[in-house]
Ligand binder design. Structure first.
Ligand code: MN
Length: 442
């Protein structure tokens, strides 16, 4: 694991795709994230593309264009089949040389400009899918601020359980209901036991919430029975997306003991469609720190490299726009803004090392959710459960409405971006979806 900055990260790089050079663009030439798309209304199989400015480089078309170097042609043939997982499994050396090839091809003055200009689509003209086949999905709990605030509500006397500072806490979630940004979903119903009732009832959730998270994708997997040491964990991480782990708090509080969340979490989850790669994120790595007053990670979760650059500086935001706000032309309101450097108690590499320490085999396309990334201060909370203090302090909106939890018609949008002096700003795009009314029962 080492911080590898190269010519692809240079601030001075510009693309012949001119929309990539605009101020504030999420997808400048320094980013180069991967996604899958098809034409709107078509049943075509999915095509892998690279976001560049407001366009997408279609890798199926690009594979037939001239000018690619030998080491780019082999992975490009794989990507042209639409199988992003197969490319993800090829490992970091291939990923890095492919990124260099893409960067050269998309730079101003590239000899491939003429041929590749015929391989572009407008992002607004295609439908994005989940970026790869997600085999397994694990959700962690890596913000100690979220864990403490939520713990206080569920267990006032015992908010942070004693294992938290030793183990990256997680549970196995469900991959089938993870959907791409733009896929709306119906409010779930489930068993709810109200505090003053002796028995639970089956009702639509009244405490539907969002969770502001990142989803880290596994690239090259590990063999069954073999662990990934912390020092090699980065070689098994492909990149990250924004992830909204929609949560029904009233279903959750009744069902979560003793085995953890189940139907309160698995009805829908939303990801942003572009995987920002670990190579793209390299300039925004920061030290992983642990106060000397806190337990230090066990040796299998500790290394010099992890301490120096195991964490990432990614700014994350959540925005809400209610149905009434849309009707009245009121723009979305930001609910929170935080940075992963302030919110993350365990680094992505530590999640991989811990997940495999027992021999569990991760596979290309597995997704590791970060858990709700709340920072320590007001305005940095990554869920309404924290913002409204479980409904005690409803949030006031410019439309005159109040929210303790989400209402039907609310659109919740996550955004994320990285900034560092001397480097380009890169973004994640967005993960957005609208809550629809509960479907009629049965
Ligand atoms: Mn979660």
């Amino acid at each position: 694991m080492s911080l590898t900055l190269d010519s692809t990260h240079a601030l001075t790089l510009k693309s012949w795709v001119t929309s990539a050079n605009e101020e504030g663009c999420d997808f400048p030439i320094q980013n180069l994230p991967y996604g899958r798309f098809r034409s709107i209304g078509s049943q075509d199989s999915l095509t892998v593309g690279i976001a560049i400015g407001r366009q997408i480089l279609d890798l199926k078309l690009a594979a037939d264009a001239p000018g690619w170097s030998q080491d780019v042609q082999v992975p490009l043939k794989v990507l042209a089949t639409g199988d992003l997982n197969a490319f993800m499994a090829m490992g970091p050396t291939v990923h890095r040389s492919f990124r260099v090839g893409l960067s050269i091809a998309l730079r101003e003055g590239s000899s491939q400009q003429q041929a590749l200009s015929r391989c572009l689509h407008e992002q607004s003209q295609v439908l994005m899918a989940v970026p790869c086949h997600i085999g397994d999905y694990t959700d962690f709990y890596t913000s100690i601020h979220h864990a403490t605030t939520v713990g206080k509500q569920f267990r006032p006397d015992n908010p942070l359980l004693p294992n938290y500072q030793w183990i990256p806490i997680g549970y196995h979630g469900r991959a089938s209901s993870i959907r791409a940004s733009g896929t709306d979903f119906h409010r779930p119903r489930g068993q709810i036991k109200r505090p003053n009732s002796a028995e639970p009832i089956l009702e639509p959730s009244e405490k539907l919430d969002y969770e502001l998270e990142l989803g880290w994708f596994v690239g090259k997997g590990n063999d069954f029975g073999c662990s990934i040491p912390l020092g090699e964990a980065d070689q098994h991480l492909f990149g990250a997306v924004l992830f909204n782990d929609w949560s029904a708090r009233d279903i959750q509080s009744w069902e979560y003991q003793p085995l953890g969340p189940f139907l309160s979490k698995n009805f829908a989850s939303t990801v942003s469609p572009w995987i920002v790669t670990l190579d793209g994120l390299a300039p925004y790595r920061v030290p992983f720190t642990r106060l000397t007053s806190e337990p230090q990670p066990l040796p299998y979760l500790d290394s010099q490299v992890n301490r120096e650059q195991g964490a990432f500086s990614i700014t994350l935001e959540a925005w809400i726009c209610t149905a009434k706000m849309k009707d009245e032309g009121i723009p979305a309101v930001r609910l929170s803004k935080s940075n992963t450097q302030r919110s993350t108690y365990w680094s992505p590499a530590q999640l991989v090392a811990h997940h495999t320490v027992n021999g569990c085999n991760l596979q290309a396309g597995d997704m590791l959710g970060s858990g709700t990334l709340s920072g320590p201060d007001a305005g940095e909370a990554g869920s309404l459960l924290e913002i409204s203090e479980g409904g005690k302090r409803p949030l006031k909106l410019p439309s005159g409405e109040q929210r303790s939890f989400l209402a039907d018609g609310d659109t919740l949008t996550l955004r994320g971006y990285c900034e560092r002096d001397g480097y380009a700003r890169i973004g994640f795009g967005e993960a957005s979806a609208t809550v629809l009314t509960t479907k009629a029962p049965f």
